[in-house]
Write a protein that binds this ligand. Structure first.
Ligand code: FAD
Ligand code: 2HG
Ligand code: ZN
Length: 506
């Protein structure tokens, strides 16, 4: 079985490129307010009396005001945005979140809800002096129903910790992403994070069963039901899924965990051109059916740059494109047979030029690590623009050559990769340094092209701070109007994550 594929994965122990890269550069990013010319909204400034009030609720240890301690909470993961907050609060309970928000709302103090601060659109850090409310200490697992698979936990639980926990009970988390070691489930829910297996397990609007959130005025909204079916009026949880901290702070989540697959296999293949990636995807869907759990692609530069910048092994040699195909099933023999037929067929047809297939967890991890590290590889040296768009699959890769041509030698690298099974491509553009000239070559060009191709300007990372002025490329005025109405209703003073998601009216 699978004899015709070469088993040439070299095992390397997993190391944390994530942190390594994040702290590689000690140069502080420019303040977002200056870089993007943002006018401060009319909020109050934090006074000593406000800090004393927060200390009275949280104690001194959970109110950070020391400049060095506050700094990391002001800078986003890609080191593009930098806020000017002077206060970070670390609540431990929903009651504390409620008291903080009720106070801030009354005093017109703006806040920035924050999870693991891995967001890629600048939504997780303040722009001016918004008070950071970080959920990291709300990290308790509350219940796990092994029959239904419903996990109930606090919003600050780190995704990887949850996955490790439920695996001990024969379940997995329904989402997985490269930032799993740092991102929190509350952040995942608030961004409606997609990730590597959305193709199989669906998005969070499907798997989140219920949640608890605190509105701007401190009201606790209890929608923490764990039922699969609950058609009792408006489906309010959906308002908080993907609203990026602008409508409320998510404090607890009930989420459906699928069964841990008994058999899992991962293939990494070299492909001649983009058309063949699409053909292979069609074939994988038809041959693998219900066991297909991920179908990812990367172009040559995405992989070679990751290999070079992060010193990771490429399990196969150089190819124009790469496809990563994973199966999750319940019967090794049955799954192996399907996979074997698929591989033999597509090696014969030439769609797969070379490849490696493994069921060994350590080797699978090595391949996944390469894929998950692409995001970090482009942070090494210079400055990176990251775009996350959905495009109908036929035109999925069109924008990459367009941008290469448009930018010429102004860009040191332009590459595309992502969740092709979901029509979601990530385009990374590395430049020696951030300049207004380069920005004007990329934006709004990229959004115009996406719009012409009937795509979305944000597939999974959200709108955050970086994209409100482009949201109209993907949202009709009527829909934007309703978004504004909801914001007005739920946060009339606009204290929750200002400067994010909704564009300025003027
Ligand atoms: P943060 O970054 O802290 O916050 C993100 C947004 O949510 C902000 O607007 C913040 O205000 C808000 N927020 C956070 N917590 C709460 C809360 N409890 N209540 C209300 N609002 C809150 N994203 C994907 O979708 N798919 C991927 O495959 C993917 N891969 C990634 C890989 C890497 C290496 C990195 C760095 C990021 C990746 N991301 C991906 C983006 C990011 O990790 C996700 O968006 C993640 O869900 C953010 O979670 P977080 O806890 O870090 O939230
Ligand atoms: C991924 O799929 C992430 O790896 C990150 O969504 C994308 O960095 C990026 O452009
Ligand atoms: Zn992604």
């Amino acid at each position: 079985m699978l004899k015709r594929c070469k088993f040439i994965v070299h095992y390397v122990s997993k190391f944390n490129v994530f942190e390594q890269v994040r702290y590689a550069s000690q140069i502080l990013p420019q303040f977002s307010a200056e870089k993007y010319n943002v006018k401060r909204k009319n909020f109050s400034n934090v006074q000593a009396a406000d800090v004393s009030y927060f200390q009275s609720i949280l104690g001194n240890d959970r109110v950070l005001t020391d400049r060095d301690e506050v700094l990391p909470f002001n800078i986003d993961w890609i080191r593009n945005c930098r806020g000017q907050s002077q206060v970070v609060l670390k609540p431990k309970t929903t009651q504390e979140v409620s008291e903080i928000l009720a106070y801030c709302n009354k005093k017109r103090l703006a806040v920035c809800p924050q999870g693991g601060n891995t967001g890629l659109v600048g939504g997780s850090v303040p722009v001016y002096d918004e008070i950071v409310i970080n959920l990291m200490l709300m990290d308790k697992i509350i219940t796990l129903d092994e029959i239904s698979g419903a996990l109930v936990c606090e919003a600050g639980c780190v995704l990887e910790n949850l996955d490790n926990y439920v695996r001990g009970h024969n379940l997995i988390m329904p989402l997985d992403l490269g930032a799993k070691g740092s991102c929190q489930i509350g952040g995942n829910v608030s961004t409606n994070a997609g990730g590597l297996r959305l193709l199989r397990y669906g998005n969070l609007h499907g798997s989140v069963l219920g949640l608890e959130a605190v509105k701007a005025d401190g009201t606790v909204i209890d929608c923490l039901r764990s039922l699969k079916k609950d058609n009792t009026g408006y489906h309010l949880k959906h308002l908080f899924i993907g609203s990026e901290g602008t409508l409320g702070i998510v404090t607890k989540v009930a989420i459906h965990c699928p069964v841990l697959p008994k058999a899992a296999t991962l293939g990494f293949f070299g492909i001649k051109n983009f058309e063949n990636i699409l053909e292979l995807y069609k074939s994988a869907k038809s041959s693998l059916g219900e066991i297909l759990s991920a179908f990812e692609m990367a172009d040559n530069l995405a992989i070679t740059q990751t290999v070079k910048n992060l010193n990771l092994p490429n399990p196969i040699s150089d190819y124009p494109f790469y496809a990563l195909v994973e199966t999750h099933g319940s019967n090794e023999v049955h799954d192996g047979e399907k996979l074997s037929n698929f591989l033999n067929k597509e090696m014969e047809s030439g769609l797969i030029m070379d490849g490696t297939v493994t069921s060994d967890p350590a080797k699978m991890q090595t391949i996944w690590n390469l894929r998950e590290s692409i995001a970090a590889s482009s942070l090494v040296g210079g400055y990176v623009f990251k775009y996350d768009v959905s495009i109908p699959q036929k035109h999925y890769y069109d924008i990459v050559p367009m941008l290469k041509q448009r930018l010429g030698d102004k860009a040191s690298a332009v590459f595309g990769y992502g969740h092709i099974g979901d029509g979601n491509i990530h385009i990374n553009i590395s430049v020696p340094q951030y300049t207004k000239e380069v920005v004007s070559l990329i934006e709004p060009f990229i959004f115009e092209e996406v719009s012409k191709l009937k795509g979305s300007i944000s597939a999974e990372h959200g709108i955050g701070f970086r994209k409100p002025q482009f949201i109209h490329y993907s949202k009709e005025p009527s829909a934007l109007g309703l978004m504004r109405d909801l914001k007005q209703l739920m946060d009339p003073n606009g204290i929750l994550n200002p400067y994010k998601v909704l564009p300025e009216t003027n």
